[in-house]
Design a protein around this ligand. Structure first.
Ligand code: SF4
Length: 210
């Protein structure tokens, strides 16, 4: 039997990881259910949702694999299945005729919107937090994501914290202390972006989508 004092002394960081793991389990379960109802695999659904943010240019297979944190072979198999289902197409990339760009078809776009809504079951739980709790939670999430990106544990996303245009804490206003040099406007922690199409890497000037 556990010593109750050991349990009470368990660090909050450990309990946060337990909580995150429970949320991940719920997300995976929901993804399986959503995928099944759409006749897809969870990987296929995630590819459709990923392509939704790049409807004009499409994405290279390597970028899809990186975005899903999976191998090119796994991504290639899933894309081939999606091509057979008529949900994506493989075309010559507009900026490099030797490269192949993968794009959503009109039916693929319809299915992608459904796949992107699989995590929406969490909305009620998130909205149960007060606006202040949401802001603190969100800021913590962005910091965790940034750290995991720096450790190469998750795919690089187009977030403000890694953006060339991001100027943190340049204003005294606690509600809007940051500045986006692209749109030349102040903004607060609540407005930090995790998937901004205009993101430019602060490290090498690249856009993770390309
Ligand atoms: S361009 Fe986008 S990612 Fe970069 S700082 Fe502005 S809002 Fe954030």
């Amino acid at each position: 039997m556990h010593n109750p004092f050991d349990i009470l002394n368990q660090p909050i960081s450990q309990r946060m990881i337990t909580g995150l793991a429970k949320i991940c389990t719920a997300l995976r379960s929901q993804a399986w259910q959503g995928a099944e109802s759409q006749g897809l695999s969870p990987t296929q659904g995630r590819i459709l949702a990923l392509l939704q943010s790049e409807t004009e240019t499409g994405m290279r297979l390597s970028a899809i694999a990186a975005g899903l944190a999976t191998t090119p072979a796994t991504a290639s198999d899933a894309v081939s299945s999606l091509v057979k289902k008529g949900l994506v197409s493989r075309d010559r990339a507009a900026d490099d005729r030797r490269a192949i760009s993968i794009r959503l078809t009109p039916e693929g776009l319809h299915q992608a919107k459904q796949a992107a809504s699989w995590p929406d079951f969490l909305l009620d739980a998130v909205e149960a937090l007060s606006p202040e709790e949401q802001t603190v939670f969100f800021k913590g999430l962005t910091t965790i994501i940034q750290t995991l990106q720096e450790l190469n544990k998750i795919p690089v996303s187009k977030m403000c914290l890694t953006c060339h245009y991001f100027a943190p804490h340049v204003y005294d206003d606690p509600r809007r202390p940051h500045h986006c040099n692209l749109v030349n406007a102040p903004f607060g922690d609540r407005d930090l972006r995790l998937d901004c199409p205009e993101h430019l890497s602060a490290i090498d000037g690249s856009n993770p989508a390309s």
